[in-house]
Design a protein around this ligand. Structure first.
Ligand code: BES
Ligand code: MN
Ligand code: ZN
Length: 511
């Protein structure tokens, strides 16, 4: 029995069609309805009786087109009965807002699964950039097919799930169709990789200790032709990575440093950029001796979501094959209390040579990232992005609509923020400034790991000391990596956030 990856995303086939085929029993036809102002743009590619029926419903006010709303209705088509699913787009009328489209496609797929549909025909709304919109819809469809049920017994063998998502373009132009097909393929690669990362983050801590995390990374690397190297506990210690070692020392499950590399074929120059993605890989965070309260502690199985996103991004990059070197570094440990645990007041010596006083053992992410970032630099990184479920403080600051972006380099920060916006994973810039230096100044070590609130800025300032000299962005994804309650577009649990942003960044298109 497979303990992971049993989600249904592998089964969904996304394709394109100019028009609807004759109705079949388990088909569903979906149209977007925009909220006030732009109602018809979602309907424009539909024709005839179907379009009339939907227009009537909308005109009667039976469906208002609010975001995340959906309505399943039977509609009579002269060629036979069709089931029609209206999906609300809210105010997302604008072409550039692929976020609404991605989400609508995911909502439609989840409704289609509930309705036991086999094929879903999704009318593309009016837009100028057909390829871009098709990609967003295809991504949304794959993301929407993710299920978090791999530990639940399947009574019906999974046979009831949606098999086909067909984007109906209403456009006969072959060139447009070919371009769109390419985008749909990229969407599949990226969204499947995001779902792969999600499944890892949803995996219980008990079945994904650091060494197992490393094994999954190695299996993925083998499948997609990436180079992989894992430093085990002995090597972590021998190389002086006292941050990672210190966090992991209290657990019976030893730490691991996972390194995955992508090199374009025939790469020759050593002077080109090397993008390094560093992901926090705490497979379970109890807080250690500074132990957390019991409430919601189970969510701390996803404290490796940043690491999973880094690996997921490499998984996609390996298939998309850009002309750019990328390395993923995931310092992984389990933060546990025991007789061997690191204690408040202890001092660790990091890979970079700086010492850190451990004021709070629950501020462990910055300790492992300090070593991860320094190690990425030692590998020759010219640009760094780290992703981490780092602080409760960013949850308070931004809620789950934006990740916090911290940086030491304005142009790199802008590039990452733009990639994030294109990916539909928006960020909000936060300060990295010595104004906050009191939070990391120690009387007895070079730094300390905690100095009171606001902690997200203190954590970022500490990380900046290890990134110094290299353009670096830190994304605090503590809020965006996890969905507390099921939503129309997604089950509760890991979101896979970061994968799409990193892939956009590497592919570097779209401006
Ligand atoms: N993994 C947590 C941060 C976190 C909190 C992630 C909530 C996701 C949801 C991190 O290691 C942590 O424990 N941070 C503490 C630090 C503090 C005790 C110094 C925090 O933010 O409360
Ligand atoms: Mn912690
Ligand atoms: Zn943590």
């Amino acid at each position: 029995m497979s303990l992971t990856g049993g989600s249904s995303q592998d089964k969904l086939n996304v394709s394109l069609a100019a028009t609807l085929p004759p109705p079949a029993p388990r088909d569903l036809v979906s149209l977007c309805v925009f909220g006030s102002g732009a109602r018809d743009v979602g309907l424009c590619r539909a024709k005839g009786a179907l379009l009339d029926a939907v227009r009537e419903l909308v005109a009667a006010g039976d469906f208002k087109g609010e975001e995340d709303d959906s309505l399943l209705v039977g509609a009579n088509d002269p060629k036979g009965a069709r089931r029609v699913l209206l999906v609300g787009m809210g105010r997302h009328g604008d072409d550039d807002d692929t976020r609404g489209l991605r989400r609508a496609a995911a909502v439609a797929v989840r409704r289609a699964n509930e309705a036991k549909a086999r094929r879903l025909f999704f009318f593309m709304p009016a837009c100028s950039d057909v390829a871009r919109v098709a990609r967003a819809l295809a991504e949304g469809a794959h993301l929407g097919s993710y299920t978090n049920d791999f530990y639940q017994k399947k009574e019906d063998g999974g046979e009831t799930s949606l098999a086909e998502f067909v984007v109906v373009t209403g456009d006969g132009d072959e060139r447009v169709r070919a371009g769109v097909a390419e985008e749909a393929e990229r969407a599949r690669v990226v969204a499947e990789s995001a779902n792969w990362a999600r499944a890892l983050a949803d995996e219980p801590g008990g079945s994904l200790p650091p060494v197992e995390f490393a094994r999954r990374a190695a299996a993925m690397a083998g499948e997609f032709g990436l180079e992989v190297e894992t430093l085990d506990a002995g090597e972590i210690r021998a190389r002086g990575m006292g941050g990672l070692w210190g966090v992991g020392q209290g657990s019976d499950n030893p730490p691991a440093l996972i390194v995955v590399r992508y090199e374009p074929e025939g790469f020759d120059g050593g002077d080109e950029e090397l993008f390094a993605f560093v992901g926090k890989g705490i497979t379970f965070d109890t807080g250690g001796i500074s132990i957390k309260p019991a409430k919601n502690m189970e969510e701390m199985k996803a404290d490796m979501a940043g690491g999973a996103a880094v690996l997921g991004a490499l998984r996609a990059v390996a298939q998309l094959k850009p002309r750019r070197r990328v390395v993923g570094v995931v310092p992984s440990a389990e933060n546990m209390p025991s007789g061997r645990s690191i204690k408040p007041g202890d001092i660790v010596r990091t890979f970079a040579g700086y010492t850190i006083e451990v004021v709070d053992t629950d501020a462990e992410g910055r300790l492992v990232l300090a070593d991860g970032i320094a190690y990425a630099k030692s590998l020759g990184a010219t640009r760094i992005v780290d992703l981490a479920t780092l602080t409760g403080s960013i949850v308070v600051a931004l809620g789950d609509h934006r990740a916090g972006l911290f940086s030491n380099d304005d142009s790199w920060a802008t590039e990452v923020a733009r990639a994030a916006a294109r990916a539909g994973e928006p960020v909000w810039r936060m300060p990295v400034s010595d104004d906050y230096k009191k939070k990391i100044e120690s009387d007895i070590a070079d730094f300390k790991n905690y100095g009171g609130r606001p902690d997200a800025t203190g954590a970022a300032l500490l990380l900046s000391k290890f990134a110094a000299g290299t353009p670096w962005v830190h994304l605090d994804i503590a809020a965006t990596a996890w969905l507390e309650e099921p939503a129309p577009h997604s089950p509760a649990g890991a979101t896979g956030t970061g994968v799409r942003t990193l892939v956009e960044l590497v592919m570097g298109d779209g401006g």
